[in-house]
Design a protein around this ligand. Structure first.
Ligand code: NAD
Length: 328
């Protein structure tokens, strides 16, 4: 189910490593309708600009109305839509609607209004995110008095529940007003913390593992039984310079050690490359600096090595039984 990325290069160990070289084709994005939840700032805002620049219409949903209105109006100004006077006027290049991704009705309203305005939706991206770097859940200094105060669940609410809401509604809307065989996709934002442990952000990390798990649970099943193939993939950014970045002290140390830092545009380019590449389903792109690596293919390919030959075969057999029993 996981599409192969090209080209595969050889690592020092001799094992193939899937570096993803994003290619953004204007013809792949031109006239597409792309809904981006979280598009008012950071990586999402860069992706909005990149899509509009390549001829797409973008519907932005975000809780930040000031920035959302600004980003939409800049896109309308920079990339105006030209209508044929003999035909009905085309919709605007970009539109913003204030949306709280943790509120189901708010997400539904965004999809309803986008569909009414643009008459279809081709791709849905969720870049909305929250990172609470304080650790109110598992602080070593917690005592029997402090444990009585319920901790914040914002990272779970925004990153995981919000992503679930958007994905659920997108799975239905993407099937509407499109003939079979037309490409459409969902792109979710995980993180390097979605597959690798990071201290101090346990709840954030749990939410991003959840996003990764959601993509894995759906990648083999989205196409059935409707015969509409909806691709689903994730982006796993690493250190990226946005308002959502780590504290300045971490950033300084990072730079001092010469570690790769991504700009929002670097990550947006990988994301646009995934939207354009119809062969990609069930893929996860780890973005480090300006480069990206697909991680799911090797995990699957090397399972008999990290899990062992026999447990890997038994697991495959059991999963097949579950798949058949649950799909029946
Ligand atoms: N910046 C990084 O270093 C980094 C690293 C790994 C993963 N990520 C992930 O990439 C994604 C984008 O990150 P970013 O750095 O561009 O973040 P950002 O903070 O710059 O932008 C996130 C956007 O989400 C919006 N948002 C927050 N809560 C919302 C809500 N309840 N409803 C709707 N919108 C809401 C914000 O208003 C903002 O526009 C996030 O999912 C983040 O977790 C970022």
């Amino acid at each position: 189910m996981i599409a192969k990325t090209e080209p595969c290069v050889e690592a020092n160990s001799g094992a193939p490593v899937a570096q993803f070289l994003p290619e953004i084709y204007k013809e792949s994005l031109d006239e597409k309708v792309i809904l981006i939840v979280g598009g008012a700032n950071g990586i999402g805002a860069s992706l909005v600009g990149l899509c509009c620049q390549n001829g797409a219409y973008v519907s932005i949903g975000d809780i930040d109305a000031v920035r959302g209105d600004y980003v939409a109006s800049k896109c309308i100004e920079h990339w105006p839509v030209h209508s044929d006077p003999a035909l009905p006027p085309k919709p605007p290049r970009a539109a913003f609607q204030r949306t709280d991704v943790t509120d189901y009705q708010s997400v539904l309203d965004l999809f309803d209004n986008t569909f009414n305005k643009y008459k279809r939706i081709d791709h849905v991206v969720v870049t909305a995110g929250s990172t609470e770097t304080e650790e109110p859940w598992f602080d070593h200094a917690l005592n029997l008095t402090e444990i009585r105060k319920p901790p914040s669940s914002r990272d779970i609410d925004v990153n995981l529940i919000g992503t679930l809401y958007v994905t659920r509604i997108a799975s239905v809307y993407l099937r509407h007003n499109r003939g079979p065989g037309v490409d459409r996709s969902i792109l979710l934002f995980s993180c390097s913390a979605g597959f690798k442990e990071t201290p101090g952000v346990s709840v954030y990390q749990a939410s991003k593992h959840g996003v990764q798990g959601l993509m894995r649970s759906l990648r083999a099943n989205f196409s059935s039984p409707y015969k509409h193939s909806i691709r689903i993939n994730t982006i796993c950014p690493w250190m990226t310079l946005t308002g959502n970045s780590f504290p300045k002290s971490v950033e300084d140390r990072w730079t001092k050690e010469g570690l790769p830092l991504s700009t929002p545009l670097d990550v947006a380019q990988v994301s646009a490359g995934v939207l354009c590449d119809q062969s990609l389903n069930g893929a996860s792109m780890f973005v480090a600096g300006t480069r990206a690596w697909e991680i799911e293919g090797n995990m699957e390919r090397l399972e008999s090595q990290w899990l062992g030959e026999e447990p890997s075969q038994t697991l495959a057999q059991g999963q097949k039984v579950l798949q058949e029993a649950l799909a029946a």
